[in-house]
Design a protein around this ligand. Structure first.
Ligand SMILES: *Cc1c(COP(=O)(O)O)cnc(C)c1O
Length: 396
């Protein structure tokens, strides 16, 4: 028999939809795929060359479980350069992806009886990861017409003696929202006063649009930095999702505990990928601007077209590469005699009859919405938008 832990666990719905998308494509069906949570660009050449060099240099053995010093130093430089934050080597860990950093962090700081505050819409993996650590996710809803902000007032209601942490993701997946500086300041103060951790998932830091630049909560006050563990990685910034390198920064006692967990489970992240990540962080950064330029064009097009669908509204993302349109006014209509009553039903119809893959908002804790990734070609985006328009027009 399976453990209770495993039997309660669902696979990641976003990965499940990508898998379904690939399966239909393999059958020769022309799917417009908005499911993927990864850049459609190639890893920049100088990063690939660093990996090839690592192989040729026989840098192919075990490394320290928590990562090699040159990569820790590159991460330290990154935090200094981008965020004005100073960390020492024992305050940095390299993991097998940002997700792995988050998982090990939750295992290191949460346990039975703990409560962890998660603003919704949230990234799909936070609640199950909190549960796998034995703790309880406490969901705080944020609203489209409030710019998806989280304020101290909203959070206060959920704080009690069991509150052990809050998970902040900005720019966010699935919305592309960010938190205003004054709200981050308020949350930081709450964390200090009530002695809970801030888990700051800043994986989309570099992918921001217009005049918005990322501000890390840890950089606002040394007292906040004490409470914050930043989780980050190279996957989204450098189109390196398959290389599996993430990193985290925080108090040395927590980082050490995460290292112990790694040393008893995965051991080190791939030695070759670590060398590639050193090149990514220390090398030329111009690939990011090129990627952003393409993302921005797609975002502008997608937001404009989705908004033109009667009844649909759409938040204009300030970062990341997703849009999260509101289809609540479309729900309740009928299609071929079936009431389209949920975002999941809408997703099924779009995939089966209109060959367009999106992710239902309910998976991110927000019913009535859909998540579309624009990390795909303009051609696919144009085709997909036409299909969504056609679908909605056919509802009665
Ligand atoms: C993609 C993503 C991550 C981590 O991705 P890795 O591939 O594991 O580095 C973490 N948080 C969010 C919100 C993400 O979208």
């Amino acid at each position: 028999m399976l453990s209770k832990r495993a039997s309660l666990l669902k696979p990641s719905p976003t990965l499940a939809i990508s898998a379904k998308e690939k399966e239909l494509k393999a059958k020769g069906i022309d799917i417009a795929g908005f499911g993927a949570g990864e850049p459609d660009f190639d890893t920049p050449d100088h990063i690939k060359q660093a990996a090839i060099k690592a192989i040729n240099d026989n840098f192919t053995r075990y490394t320290p479980a928590a990562g090699i010093d040159p990569l820790k130093d590159a991460v330290i430089e990154k935090f200094k350069r981008d965020n004005g934050l100073t960390y020492k080597r024992d305050e940095i860990i390299i993991s097998c992806g940002g997700k792995h950093s988050l998982y090990n962090l939750f295992q290191a700081i949460f346990q039975e009886g703990d409560e962890v505050i998660i603003p919704a819409p949230y990234w799909v993996s936070y609640p199950p990861m909190v549960e796998l650590a034995g703790a309880k996710p406490v969901i705080v809803e944020t609203q489209e017409d409030e710019d998806y902000q989280i304020t101290a007032q909203m959070v206060k209601k959920y704080i009690n003696k069991n509150t052990k942490g809050i998970v902040l993701n900005y720019p966010s997946n699935p919305v592309g929202s960010i938190f205003y500086r004054e709200n981050l300041e308020q949350i930081g103060k709450l964390a200090v006063e009530n002695n809970f951790y801030i888990i700051s998932d800043e994986i989309y830091e570099k992918l921001t649009y217009d005049d918005y630049t990322h501000v890390s909560i840890a950089s606002l006050d040394p007292a906040f930095k004490e409470k914050t563990i930043i989780c980050h990685g190279v996957a989204k910034t450098y189109a390196m999702t398959g290389w599996r390198i993430g990193f985290a920064a925080g108090q040395s006692s927590i980082i050490k505990a995460m290292g112990n967990i790694q040393s008893q489970s995965t051991s080190n992240p791939a030695s070759i990928s670590q060398m590639a990540a050193v090149a990514a962080l220390n090398g030329p950064q111009d690939s990011i601007a090129l990627m952003l330029e393409a993302f921005k064009k797609r975002r502008d097009y997608l937001v404009r077209e989705l908004k033109s669908i009667p009844g649909v509204t759409c938040y204009n993302p300030k970062g990341a590469f997703y849009v999260f349109p509101n289809f609540n006014n479309v729900l309740g209509k009928t299609y071929k005699g079936r009431v389209v009553d949920t975002s999941t039903a809408l997703t099924e119809i779009l995939l089966e009859d209109f060959h367009t893959a999106v992710v239902p908002g309910v998976e991110f804790g927000k019913e009535g919405y859909l998540r579309l990734s624009f990390a795909t070609s303009m051609e696919v985006i144009e085709k997909g938008v036409e299909r969504i328009k056609k679908a909605v027009a056919s509802f009665e």
